[in-house]
Design a protein around this ligand. Structure first.
Ligand SMILES: Cc1ncc(COP(=O)(O)O)c(C=O)c1O
Length: 422
């Protein structure tokens, strides 16, 4: 009984920061698999890929970069983002705020969820030094001001603007954002309450069209102008895409050129730009190694699925890059299209892919599934008890490169220290 009561909702990942075998520190996915022969999902974080990508994004974007913690809050990932020079964190819950503060006493944390618990607002301000809050309704503005009434200083207030459908893989404007008229009223109401007034938007996650930011910035500019008040910050959100086997985004520089051009059109030189990338910074920085438990035709029954790390392969039908790893001899069979079934008893636990693998793949083989650094491990559930797994840090490169995320010329790669366990 007490065991059940004390059980965490999702089993924590068993973390190996560094592993040795035969007197050698293991540093690649292949070495790890050979040594561990994992029968549960093996989450392989690539700190160097993450810190270099974060450094590249910071060097390309003309503004402040906030990492969207929600897309991967693993401490190893957060440390790699920090090593890439990111000092600002977009948090959506008090647990994320607590985690970031515990890891980085010097971080600047911004509370960017438009609907917050009263206790979360108070704790964020009083215990964790959070000063910026996003909102999209008058009632949330009232809530924030009531909770901070007794506190010295004014909060930074960001009005989240609703956008029309921008063609992203995941539309984030159905749930949040004030319509332009409402946003204008909120800007009026908030101006006298704050010394830092912002407008924020999100074009949707995995948005392949740079023009989406241009259109959104134009709309934000119209709202700001119509409000007649001075706005200090424009937060252009996340949504920057990475490559998947069937998605090749234009280079990051194309997005930034569009953003710079839209900024110049606004003619508000005092306006500071912020961005909240999640996927773009960490998506290429982790993979998961799964084991094949059974093959039925071209469907492989694997030990991770839509209730685990692979939610987006199911619900969103994302195709992820795959690579077969086996410790026995391979005859170099040609690639074939496979689908996956996850480990749960639910028939919705299916990922159609197609995922390309050698056609002799069989029970006991391992498959590395890449580009799972964002919205992978953080979506795991304990459904059917399949919530165990191990996290290791490896020095392999990304399984798929995304154009423009290379380190700027002449810049030394981030130094990746072996981090201490939390
Ligand atoms: C407010 C906010 N900012 C940033 C992000 C990160 O988005 P992405 O991972 O697409 O960059 C999200 C994702 O849901 C979000 O809701």
């Amino acid at each position: 009984m007490s065991l059940i009561k004390n059980r965490a909702a999702v089993g924590p990942l068993h973390c190996h920061i560094s592993l040795r075998a035969n007197g050698k520190t293991l540093s690649s996915v292949d070495e790890m698999v050979k040594a561990l022969r994992p029968e549960e999902p093996l989450h392989c974080v690539r700190p160097e890929v993450i810190s270099n990508t974060a450094a590249a994004f910071r060097a390309t974007f003309n503004g402040k970069v906030l990492y969207a913690v929600k897309c991967n809050p693993e401490p190893a990932v957060l440390r790699a983002v920090w090593d890439g020079g990111v000092r600002h964190f977009d948090c959506a819950s008090i647990s994320e705020v607590q985690l970031v503060r515990r890891l980085f006493p010097g971080a600047e944390i911004h509370f960017m969820h438009p609907v917050k618990a009263r206790s979360a607002i108070r704790e964020a301000w009083m215990l964790h030094g959070v000063r910026d809050f996003v909102l999209d309704t008058g009632s949330e503005l009232t809530k924030i001001m009531q909770e901070l009434e007794q506190q010295a200083g004014k909060p930074g207030l960001f009005i989240r603007l609703r956008l029309p459908e921008m063609g992203a893989a995941i539309n984030l404007s159905q749930k949040f954002g004030a319509e332009p008229e409402a946003a204008i009223s909120l800007l009026h109401a908030a101006r006298s309450l704050t010394d830092k007034l912002g407008v924020a938007f999100h074009v949707g996650s995995q948005c392949l069209d740079p023009a989406a930011w241009r259109d959104a910035m134009q709309l934000a500019g119209e709202v700001i102008r119509a409000s007649g008040v001075r706005v200090d910050v424009l937060d252009i959100g996340g949504g920057f895409p990475i490559a998947y086997p069937d998605m090749s985004p234009p280079p990051l520089g194309t997005f930034m050129a569009e953003i710079d051009a839209a900024y110049n059109v606004l003619q508000m030189p005092w306006l500071k730009l912020w961005a909240e990338p999640g996927r773009a910074l960490v998506g290429s920085g982790a993979s998961v190694v799964v084991q094949v438990q059974m093959r039925r035709g071209n469907m492989l029954y694997i030990n991770d699925g839509v209730y685990g790390t692979l939610a987006d392969a199911g619900t969103l039908r994302f195709r992820f890059p795959t690579r077969l790893l086996r410790t026995r001899h391979s005859r170099g069979a040609p690639d074939t299209a496979f689908g996956f079934f996850g480990p749960s008893c639910d028939s919705l636990d299916v990922m159609h892919g197609p995922f390309l693998l050698p056609d002799d793949v069989t029970e006991g083989d391992w498959i590395e599934i890449g580009q799972l650094g964002a919205y992978g491990t953080c979506l795991r559930t304990a459904f059917n008890g399949f919530d165990r797994g191990t996290l290791v840090e490896v020095s392999d490169g990304a399984m798929l490169e995304t154009a423009g995320y290379e380190l700027p010329k002449g810049r030394a790669p981030a130094v990746v220290k072996l981090p201490t366990r939390m």
